[in-house]
Structures are given as C-alpha cells and as structure tokens.
Design a protein around this ligand. Sequence first.
Ligand code: MN
Length: 261
Amino acid sequence: MRTSWGSATDRGRVRRLNEDSLLAHSPVFVVADGMGGHDAGDVASRVTVEEFAALGGRDGVTHDDVEAAFARAAGRVREAVGAGRTAGTTVAGVAVAAGGAPYWLVFNVGDSRVYRLAGGALEQVSVDHSVVQDLVDSGRLRPADAQWHPDRHVITRAVGTGAVPEPDYWLIPAGAADRLLLCSDGLTQELDDDAIRYLLLDQPDPQAAAQILVQAAVEAGGRDNVTVVVVDVDDAQPAGVDEATIERPVTPPAGGAGTEQ
Ligand code: MN
C-alpha cells in the first residue's frame, strides 16, 4: 500500500504550551494530547509518541506491536513524570496492518480521534473515551449537544494514569483514494464535522489539508492545542505484489557487494 501524508500542530491562542505530539513515520501515524500540571502533559505525549516511532519503517504492524507500544509508553510516562505526580496522554493512531492485505489498524485511548473520508463522506472511526460519550451512549445527551457540554474535556481513559492502557482497536479496509484524519480535540472543539469534511475535500494535497485544518481551528478560537495528521491512500495494492507476481532475474542488493568495504 502506498500512502502520502501531511501534518500540522499549533499551540492555539490560549494555552501557554503545546502539549500535543504527533508521529508521521510510515506505516504508523499517531496524535497524542498530553495532560497534567507542571508541563507533565508535554512529556507524557512526547515519550508516548517516541514508543510508537519505534514501529516506523516496517512493512506493516500487528495488534501485538501496538499493544506492546502502549505498554511501554505507559511505563515511560510514569517514569518520566515521577512519583506523586499524575500525567497522561490520549493516543489516536492508524497503522498499515501487517499481512499484505490493504487494511488499516486503527487504535485510540481518550478523545483524540480518527476519521475516514471515503467517497466524499466523513465518518468517525474511533469512539471517544469521555464522559460526554458515555452520556450519549446511555441516551442522556443528544450527539448534537456533545460539542458544547461543560464536561466535554473530561476523558475516561488515558495512557499513563492507570496501570495498563485500555485501547480500542478497529481493522478497516484501506480503499484506494481514501483519506484518514487523525486529530486532537483542539480541532473538533472548534470545527464541526461538516467544516472538517469541506476542508478535507477542498485540499487534495495532504500537507495543505493538515495546515488549513489547523489554521481554521485557531481562527475559530484556538482555545486548545490543535494537531492534525492527514494520510492519503495513493494505491491500496499490498506492498511487494510486483515482486511476487513478476519473474525477474536475481540481482544483487542495492549498493552491491563490492562497495561494502
Ligand atoms: Mn486537547
């Protein structure tokens, strides 16, 4: 599967620090939104993203790879923040699934989100771990009112705060021409889904799309840090299909044996 991507982040207009972190290292893409006093949220999101960065550069990633990265990240957050202090981070991520078939492994903890734009329609893939989502699920809050609820910032799961992170996972087919959006809540608190969809459809280049989305959220108020990663599927064919189906003469690896010394 061939992909291209873009990313952007901004401190916004109110917060003193940018405590969001992002990773765009194919085949893994992550947005993390840190929280905690005394700059600890910044550390929590950064060390977490570092653990997912260790999965970059592979052909594909398994559920176990991601689960292990979550466990390492939780340990690193607790270690970095120190005893007596509490900090945590959300994680919203996608990775090309190992195994050759064109699938995305989607995962999340907290209220950073993964969306998919396919055939012009925008669909939220991840489900928030938040007080507001619980209220919607139990029928006590209309989805349309969730964006403005006073407890909208309160999340029910994070990496680093509990003993073991509890991510949710989805395996979704990667359609040719699909676009994935990863974002922190600084985007979705400022822009509704229609505005996000319009901007994603309007900008074919993923880097331009990421920048325009962040800029629009800052202009709409910028009350929180804003982070966006946009990933486009350019070709959903599994990696290596050419090599597997076309007979070729055996050639030495790039660089050649004669240049090694
Ligand atoms: Mn946030």
